[in-house]
Write a protein that binds this ligand. Structure first.
Ligand SMILES: [Zn+2]
Length: 152
């Protein structure tokens, strides 16, 4: 496979991974908002329908969770723990998105000019003692048209 072909494939995979992570983060955020809302209500001694709590995977929670103050405290602790877990998942996701975005950016850097957008040509002058370099000439990189990056 050509260099650009393999870069294209890598970029495509990274884009897919980023899209899926961003989607997961969005779901986590909406879960967290919902869970914070539930916890606030429970802290104000309001009853939240158990089905709404069970939606978050706390499937063993039953109506008994409201039977006593102790059971209510235990339910709040369970929800707090879930919020903590989802927050750390969200943090992890965001870190991965950042890492993968940087990898993606690095992949698209033009390899001809190293992202500078210019190619440097040395100029030579012929003299009796031999050929000497008299200067450098810069040109817009023909590979990336001066943008420093290639589209993948
Ligand atoms: Zn270039």
């Amino acid at each position: 496979m050509s260099e650009i072909g393999s870069k294209k494939l890598k970029a495509k995979l990274l884009e897919q991974e980023i899209t899926s992570l961003v989607k997961q983060s969005r779901n986590l955020k909406s879960d967290l908002e919902e869970l914070e809302g539930i916890l606030t209500k429970l802290n104000m001694k309001a009853l939240v329908p158990i089905e709404r709590i069970r939606e978050f995977g706390l499937t063993n929670v039953t109506e008994k969770a409201y039977d006593s103050a102790l059971a209510q405290t235990q339910l709040r602790l369970k929800i707090s723990a879930l919020i903590k877990k989802k927050n750390s998942e969200l943090e992890n996701n965001n870190r991965l998105v950042q890492e993968k975005s940087e990898l993606l950016k690095a992949l698209s850097i033009c390899s001809q000019c190293n992202g500078k957008g210019m190619s440097i040509k040395a100029q030579y002058h012929r003299e009796e003692e031999g050929i000497i370099q008299v200067g450098e000439e810069t040109d817009i990189c023909p590979s990336c048209n001066g943008t420093g990056s290639v589209s993948l």
